[in-house]
Design a protein around this ligand. Sequence first.
Ligand code: ADP
Ligand code: ADP
Length: 228
Amino acid sequence: MIEMLNVSKKYPNGITAVNDLTIRIEQGEFVYVVGPSGAGKSTFIKMMYREELPTKGTIKVGDFDLVKMKNKDIPYLRRHVGVVFQDFKLLPKLTVYENIAYAMEVVEKNPKIIKKRVLEVLDLVNLKHKVKMFPNELSGGEQQRIAIARAIANMPRVLICDEPTGNLDPETSWEIMNILEEISNRGTTIIMATHNSQIVNQVRHRVLAIDNGRIVRDQQEGEYGYEA
Ligand code: ADP
Ligand code: ADP
């Protein structure tokens, strides 16, 4: 489902963030990406949703060839690949409803389908009652739940999470993790960069440990840690 072959990313400043990396991830897998700060985790996952292009190698996500695809097709890729960030990135001037609907309006034009789907995903994250609120009226955990609802509104095959619990307290982090588990159980592939050792060690999934732009450990039901 996701395949990277001999992928390298050298930024214009000369830093090689990802170095000759080859990886295959199957549909439905839940994969943690761990490693020290500066290891290349963000660059690795940004290349999966075409936020960064590799300087060498090939990347396939489903039927998409991320290197050959045209910029104008990026919205179609993003329909299959949802993204969740550490800092939520909700639009502050839009309500909860509008934040989620906006993400769908890019690809789905039917307003009835949009409304039904927005309420469905809000139900999944247990925040239907906050539909009219603005992001700054919500707690961090609630904002992240809205960001997840937005990311899955188009029913992506892949959900990419870059430190989704990085700004949250332990209890709230577990709420987020439980939602991600539920999404995973429905068949969505999940890639999650994280520093949360408790979650990685308690909810076992495949672990990719990255250091110096390379995968130094690829372990099924793996544990947290940066070492090979
Ligand atoms: P294979 O694993 O046989 O090489 P692919 O890598 O092409 O096949 O596809 C792997 C999975 O991705 C399959 O379950 C397939 O249904 C799914 N898939 C196919 N097209 C897309 C797409 N456009 N977006 C997301 N997933 C897709
Ligand atoms: P991580 O997510 O593991 O902290 P990153 O992928 O963010 O790692 O960074 C890997 C390396 O690439 C670091 O040395 C970082 O400074 C560098 N880097 C990241 N983004 C850029 C960029 N846009 N331009 C130049 N260098 C970058």
